[in-house]
Design a protein around this ligand. Structure first.
Ligand SMILES: C[S@@+](CC[C@H](N)C(=O)[O-])C[C@H]1O[C@@H](n2cnc3c(N)ncnc32)[C@H](O)[C@@H]1O
Length: 343
């Protein structure tokens, strides 16, 4: 092991990882205060921006310079402008706005969770109150309301995959299990007039789902089911079941329990569409799913991003065929499309 400074590898990446918390905090403060919105509305110097956002001039100046250092703002002679990326993604109301995602990835549960990560690693699960299974946890309302920006392209991509099959069916009864904002099923329903969607989640979350239902104009073709996915009567039978970002909250045993419940209400020629982060064999090539597993470690007792081999095993154990795998859009997810094994 070399010890002379000139023989050591550069430390830059490690130092920049140490600053990751700061970078995330700076971006979050910019969004929370409405700095990007204020600049988009025409304010340019620290005093004007501080006045528009209701913050101190000193604090605003320091934050603006940090945002310029991160290349989210451009500074010229005391005047600030949005970088092209900030203009596209950080101004509320823009079609590709990602500010909601910050409330999910960087919200209070994340700060709290990462503060206790070493403890969660020691224990093998969260040190916090389990929020995946706590009935009506408030975080899921935030999630449903804030995930639209990132889910819209992904839900469109899933609808593209399912549409040719779904359009050819005489009847299209869909169950969206743990639906959140509901986009993954409702986007398909918006395209196909014969689709009817049953939306299942906690009752407080379904209040947010209603907003998507109304926005897409599909009120007359949706039915809510409130309650626990492991307990509540699922109705059916269904032609299509959508399970998006729910299985990663649970252990393999609980996943099989849930998948077997879904298999029992799916028509023999129906489809199950899973949308998930699926880690591969080379973490550095696609880091996101591996980092996401850490988030599940901080937040849940038993959740993680399961591998494709694991999903294949879980699906087989619950009566499903080997899934067809498609790449998602927007986020590095996979769509796993399967059907009952005997079909
Ligand atoms: C990560 S969000 C995914 C929402 C949506 N499917 C999507 O992909 O955007 C997980 C959802 O599962 C719901 N959920 C978690 N555990 C649940 C349970 N035991 N019963 C019903 N819903 C549950 C939460 O309320 C939340 O809406």
């Amino acid at each position: 092991m070399p010890t002379a400074p000139e023989q050591l590898p550069p430390p830059d990446r490690i130092l920049s990882m140490m600053q990751g918390l700061q970078v995330s905090g700076i971006l979050q403060a910019g969004l929370e205060l409405g700095v990007f919105d204020a600049i988009a509305a025409g304010t340019t110097d620290a005093l004007e921006i501080a006045t528009a956002t209701g913050a101190s001039e000193r604090g605003t100046r320091i934050l603006l310079d940090a945002l310029a250092a991160l290349e989210l703002l451009e500074r010229d002679d005391g005047s600030y402008a949005l970088s092209p990326q900030a203009d596209a993604y950080l101004v509320s109301g823009r079609p590709a706005y990602l500010g909601g995602m910050m409330r999910i990835i960087g919200g209070d549960p994340a700060w709290e969770g990462y503060a206790h990560l070493a403890g969660a690693v020691r224990r093998g699960g969260t040190l916090l109150a389990e929020h995946a299974e706590t009935p009506e946890h408030g975080f899921w309302e935030t999630f449903a309301a804030a995930s639209g920006g990132i889910s819209t392209p992904a839900a469109g991509a899933l609808a593209d995959v399912l549409e040719p099959w779904a359009a050819a069916r005489e009847r299209l009864e869909i169950l969206d299990v743990a639906c959140g904002g509901g986009l993954y099923s409702l986007t398909l329903a918006e395209r196909l007039g014969h689709a009817r969607v049953t939306l299942l989640d906690w009752s407080n979350v379904l209040e947010r789902t209603k907003e998507t239902v109304e926005r897409l104009g599909v009120e007359d073709r949706t039915t809510p089911i409130e309650g626990d996915v492991f307990e509540v009567a699922l109705g059916g039978p269904y032609d299509l079941i959508v399970a998006s970002h729910i299985l990663h909250h649970f252990s393999e045993e609980r996943c099989v329990e849930l998948l077997a419940r879904l298999a029992a209400v799916l028509r023999p020629d129906g489809r199950l569409a899973i949308n998930e982060f699926v880690p591969g064999e080379r973490p550095a090539e696609e880091p996101f799913p591996h980092l996401f597993s850490v988030l599940m470690l901080t937040w849940t007792r038993e959740g993680e991003a399961h591998s494709l081999e694991t999903y294949e095993r879980l699906l087989e154990a619950s009566g499903f065929a080997r899934p067809e795998v498609r790449a998602g859009v927007g986020l590095p997810t996979r769509f796993l499309i399967t059907s009952p094994a005997h079909a």
